[in-house]
Design a protein around this ligand. Structure first.
Ligand code: FES
Length: 105
């Protein structure tokens, strides 16, 4: 599944992401700047915060309570904010675009 991260400086990273991996894992593997993922994907740090492209917001499963709670600690949160370690890659997310915020918590 091809997904893209857009770094704060506008650089686009197109990534062939394995299904069932998390979006965060792919960002780390491809050195996308601005995804810190301090907790390693356990939904406990909010430093993997991304903005989901509006075309894809409704195609993601709604955040679970734990993600909602942790998003309170992220900076510059918007309605389309998600924690990328909680986004599971599936074939129907082909073309998913995630923008990396200017700063992480
Ligand atoms: Fe820590 Fe996503 S990597 S919350």
């Amino acid at each position: 599944t091809t997904i893209a991260f857009i770094a704060p400086d506008g650089t686009r990273y197109d990534i062939d992401a394995p299904n069932n991996s998390s979006a965060m894992e792919n960002a780390i593997r491809h050195d996308v700047p601005g995804i810190d993922a301090d907790c390693g994907g356990s939904c406990a740090c909010a430093t993997c915060h991304v903005y989901v492209d509006s075309a894809y917001v409704s195609r993601l499963a709604a955040p679970e309570a734990m993600e909602e709670d942790m998003l309170d600690f992220a900076l510059d949160v918007r309605p389309e904010s998600r924690l990328s370690c909680q986004i599971r890659i599936r074939p129907d997310l082909e073309g998913l675009v995630l923008r990396v915020p200017e700063r992480q918590a």
